[in-house]
Design a protein around this ligand. Structure first.
Ligand code: DMJ
Length: 443
């Protein structure tokens, strides 16, 4: 009796009752926000890569534009049924020339532009988009001409000149879904073989305990950083091992994933009083070097869902929710030992939303759509501007930064939309690239 009374006295006050979750209304709301973000780009940055929503000016990555936002956003516009906007974006993208004397990041251009073109080609059947993708793929291929076969970080789209020997697992190992799809659609095997060799070369340099580091020299094949984790610079390498098995039936990739995941669960997973996290360790000794998790790490529950590991996926997503709720929106880095923010930015990242979408599809547990509602409310409260959406320089002060990265339309808003309107995509019939572009096995 006394214990029960004490328990009652200690119980937290129940949160104010929320309106029941209305997926149709929420999907409508996200669709309106897609339109808002797109119109901001269209009005202030049309013909350029990205929008700077505070100064209402355009931002280009290079001396000449690659229309990053229209290419990345086209699939989202199509899936959300924004037909007029999609048609306009498609015409702009179909006329895009890659004959440009600019030194581009192979990884970023592959996941945003090559992936965007291929997915939009599959969604529309427009042959011009495949032709653009093939031209781009040919121009990126020289990146793989290193002594090890692992790609240089940069390549010139006109001359093929490469630079940037120091690279990382994510930039080396997150190319095969896009290049492989190009290979299958054009029937040119070279597009599959080069990134596959790169993946193999990277994998065979894993440490004796099965981990990879944060930086590697593609000329010497030597690691230049032994720091291992599942965050930026490594993250999507793991994602593609599993997804390449799914999309291409490549059993070798699947075997590499299963071997790697053992090391992840053994050395990076961290059971703490605040839940399950995946932190940082030395790739050779496995010794814990930091307890840092952040917005980028939050892709992992989605991959665990694909792997059938719902238990770990659910628990890790709960940690992600805790990270998000600390300051009402997630940071790029959190010390989960002290629960202090160590990297305060929030550049409109999608990963936690993506994981909520995967969990919702597999578990049908309404908590994930409910999480999605929380993400949407935070985004509109802290990042929405008159001209679109802005990054946060600091999740505590909520000071805004002047950029709307193209992945916000490609991924963050797309996954939110799909969470509330799952019929827009056949979840089991596609494999999403790391940039949120659905690819279909049509071969
Ligand atoms: C996107 O370009 C991709 O999701 C990539 O894998 C990681 N970084 C951004 C989003 O955070």
């Amino acid at each position: 009796m006394i214990a029960a009374a004490a328990g009652l006295a200690l119980a937290a006050p129940s949160p104010p009752a929320k309106a029941p979750l209305d997926r149709v209304a929420l999907a409508g709301q996200v669709r309106a926000e897609i339109l808002h973000a797109w119109n901001g780009y269209r009005r202030y940055a049309w013909g350029h890569d990205e929008l700077k929503p505070l100064s209402r000016t355009p931002h280009d990555w290079h001396a000449e534009t690659l229309l990053m936002t229209p290419v990345d956003a086209l699939g989202t516009l199509l899936l959300a049924g924004l037909d007029a906007e999609a048609a306009e974006a498609r015409e702009a993208v179909a006329g895009l020339s890659f004959d440009k004397d600019i030194q581009v990041k192979n990884f970023e251009i592959t996941i945003r532009v090559l992936g965007g073109l291929l997915s939009a080609h599959q969604l529309t059947g427009d042959p011009r988009l495949l032709a653009r993708a093939e031209d781009l793929g040919n121009r990126l291929l020289p990146a793989f001409d290193s002594p090890t076969g692992m790609p240089y970080m940069y390549v010139n789209l006109k001359t093929g000149r490469t630079s940037g020997a120091k690279s990382n697992p994510a930039e080396i190992g997150t190319l095969l879904l896009e290049f492989g799809t190009l290979a299958r659609l054009t029937k040119k095997d070279v597009f599959y073989e080069k990134p596959k060799k790169a993946l193999r070369e990277l994998y065979r340099r894993r440490s004796p305990i099965g981990l990879v580091g944060e930086e590697i020299d593609v000329e010497t094949g030597q690691w230049t950083s032994r720091t291992s984790h599942v965050g930026g610079g490594i993250d999507s390498y793991y994602e593609y091992l599993l997804k390449c098995e799914r999309l291409f039936g490549d059993a070798e990739c699947g075997q590499m994933w299963r071997e790697s995941r053992r090391a992840l669960h053994r050395y990076l997973a961290d059971e703490t009083p605040s839940g399950l996290w995946y932190g940082e360790a030395d790739m050779v000794t496995g010794r814990r070097t930091a307890r840092t998790y952040g917005a980028l790490h939050a892709f992992l529950p989605a991959v665990l869902v694909l792997d059938g590991d719902l238990k770990r996926a659910r628990r890790l997503q709960e940690s992600g929710r805790r990270m998000w709720s600390l300051h009402g929106i997630e940071p790029d880095g959190l010390d989960y030992g002290t629960m202090r923010v160590v990297s305060p930015t929030y550049p409109l990242r999608p990963e936690i939303v993506e994981s909520a979408y995967y969990l919702d599809r597999r578990t049908k547990d309404p908590r994930y759509a409910e999480m999605g509602r929380m993400f949407l409310e935070s985004l509109t409260a802290f990042c929405r501007t008159e001209a679109g959406y802005a990054t946060l320089k600091d999740v505590i002060s909520k000071e805004k930064g002047d950029l709307m990265p193209s992945y916000f339309l490609a991924e963050t808003l797309k996954y939110l939309y799909l969470l509330f309107e799952p019929r827009a995509v056949d979840f089991d019939g596609v494999v999403f690239t790391t940039e949120g572009h659905p690819l279909k096995k049509t071969w």
